[in-house]
Design a protein around this ligand. Structure first.
Ligand code: FAD
Ligand code: DLZ
Length: 510
């Protein structure tokens, strides 16, 4: 039986069991850099370059193992085949394949395409489970099924028991499952985290960088910042580097905002895990070993494992559980277009300026920048949910819809009405000031509510509470804010509302 295996750009796992089902002597693997994939959003140049370079390295590794890889570069495809569908029809016409093998893709768009092929192609189609997750899609659907409030924390405890990660028998290591009370130290003035390891471009990457600069000149991103790992071996080095130099402090400063320190103590591993270069279980086991060897404290290791074993698996489960319609949710009817600086990066609010320009230029921002700086602004300002989601899917090197959408639509924008989060992650300038040192470098003051010097988050926050006060009064976790709003005098409230409405009108020039 002559088989064709199609592998996507985020399925770069040399240990995937599907490879054992291939006979290198007769079967083929198809990989392609395609216009449709490279442009379903205006991806950051750094993301396209990473995907293409990692794909080319992966194809070379497969060939070294004896596999026959049909690899189509962007310059070959761009004027001939837009999509997987078109290229596949061509490839099937060239050889007498008797079966098509696929690996479960990361988004509904491609899953629908795969399902269509199963119905329409003249050869039988077999889809294999993804290997990039600790739990299968089915295990996650089973976990979600029938739960009224499928919260991450419940899933996470279940996952800890299932894997035995940081478990001592049936008890969590350190006496509790979650140390998040010890994950929120403010940023001190005197810390300089070690920067993540950088990798030099080899010949393959150098060619890809030239290609991307030429073909995607209008996209966001600055290719001079390309220092990513592009092979599994380099990704392992990046993991070791994180564990040795940053993991120990990860817990304390997980929520910190540090001026001029884009990475803080974060791992910068998300893209490698999402592309398949690093297995999430390996990442968790390495961190766990660092705890048992006394290299890092429990609040760091638990906090880190919670992200990978907890959040990452959970949002992927939610994505498939909620189906394609999830993307249409817009609980607060937020429809304001994105201000220009989302794509251009120049805005005076210091925390926003750093978060947005890192996102655009480095294709990276850490979680609190994504959630409490940019996401929080979008939530308070009522920015259009689809436009915000599209922005997040475009700018980050690690952005794939299965992970981007629940995080943006559910966590940051509360647009699913509280399926993922029990309350909106809304905060005023006071929170941003408490967590970091941006405000010291900002023309706005977190202490002022109105006026040209007032931090825009403040009046926007109260405006948000005011608009949704009926709903929030009924949410035990938000009711206090509604009553605080009503403790202000009528004059104060109308001044704040007036100021905030003005900010919304001149959002482009904040
Ligand atoms: P670390 O802080 O070092 O965390 C370790 C690992 O845990 C990450 O590498 C990642 O694999 C995982 N992780 C942490 N938080 C989450 C989370 N909330 N959901 C899923 N996995 C998580 N992550 C993406 O991988 N792709 C995205 O497109 C993406 N979009 C996001 C959009 C918004 C609005 C928000 C609030 C979060 C988003 N995240 C996304 C989650 C998270 O912010 C990033 O995974 C993280 O910032 C990546 O940097 P890091 O590798 O240094 O993470
Ligand atoms: C993100 C991406 C990009 C930019 N380009 C390609 C590509 O040319 N070929 C490919 O196979 N995959 C690419 N990808 C990743 C896919 O779009 C990814 O499989 C989906 O986003 C599903 O997660």
């Amino acid at each position: 039986l002559m088989k064709l295996l199609l592998l996507l750009g985020d399925q770069l796992c040399l240990k995937h069991p599907v490879l054992q089902h291939l006979n290198p002597a007769t079967d083929h693997i198809l990989m392609a850099e395609l216009p449709d994939e490279a442009s379903y959003v205006p991806h950051n140049k750094l993301k396209i370059a990473l995907v293409f370079s990692a794909m080319r390295h992966f194809a070379a590794a497969l060939m070294q193992q004896g596999f026959s890889v049909h690899y189509y570069q962007y310059t070959d495809t761009k004027d001939r085949w837009q999509s997987f569908d078109a290229l596949l029809q061509y490839q099937l016409s060239c050889f007498a394949y008797q079966a098509l093998y696929l690996v479960e893709p990361g988004e509904h768009r491609l899953q629908s395409q795969f399902n269509q092929w199963a119905d329409s192609l003249p050869v039988p189609v077999r889809q294999f489970d993804s290997h990039h997750f600790i739990f299968s899609r089915q295990q996650m659907l089973d976990w979600f099924a029938g739960k009224q409030q499928p919260r991450m924390e419940h899933f996470y405890q279940w996952a800890r028991r299932q894997t035995g990660l940081l478990m001592s028998g049936s008890n969590p290591e350190g006496g509790k499952f979650n140390f998040d009370k010890h994950n929120s130290r403010a940023w001190p003035a005197n810390l300089t985290p070690q920067k993540a390891q950088r990798f030099d471009a080899d010949d393959i990457t150098t060619k890809v960088l030239a290609l991307v600069e030429k073909e995607f000149a209008q996209n966001p991103g600055r290719l001079e910042h390309f220092h990513f790992a592009v092979t599994p071996c380099q990704a392992e080095q990046a993991l070791d580097d994180f564990i040795q130099t940053r993991l120990a402090n990860f817990g304390d400063y997980q929520d910190a905002l540090a001026d001029d320190e884009p990475g803080v103590f974060h791992s910068l591993l998300s893209a490698y895990i999402n592309l398949g270069l690093l297995a999430p279980i390996t990442v968790c086991r390495r961190a766990e070993a660092a705890y048992y060897q006394g290299q890092a404290p429990i609040n760091a290791v638990e906090g880190f494992i919670r992200q990978v074993l907890g959040w990452r698996e959970y949002v992927r489960g939610l994505y498939w559980y909620c189906g394609e319609d999830y993307a249409n949710n817009n609980h607060f009817n937020a429809t304001h277009p994105l201000p220009k600086w989302f794509w251009q990066g120049s805005v005076r609010m210091r925390c926003v300026q750093q978060a947005v320009s890192n996102s655009l230029h480095l294709a990276y921002a850490h979680h609190i920048q994504r959630l409490m700086v940019i996401g929080n602004f979008a939530l308070l300002a009522g920015l259009d949910v689809k436009q915000v989601c599209q922005w997040y899917l475009a700018v980050y090197v690690d952005a794939f819809e299965w992970v981007e959408l629940p995080n943006t639509l559910g966590m940051a924008l509360y647009a699913d009405g509280g399926l993922l989060a029990s309350k909106p992650y809304a905060a005023s300038g006071n929170y941003l000031n408490k967590m970091g040192n941006h405000c010291q470098h900002c023309p706005y003051s977190p202490k002022l509510l109105t006026g040209n010097k007032a931090c825009p988050y403040n009046s926007l926050y109260w405006r948000f509470i005011d608009i949704h006060q009926q709903e929030f009064a009924a949410n035990p976790r938000m009711a206090l804010m509604v009553s605080q709003w009503h403790k202000k005098s009528h004059e104060q409230r109308s001044a704040i509302r007036h100021w905030a409405d003005g900010l919304i009108r001149r959002m482009d020039s904040l």
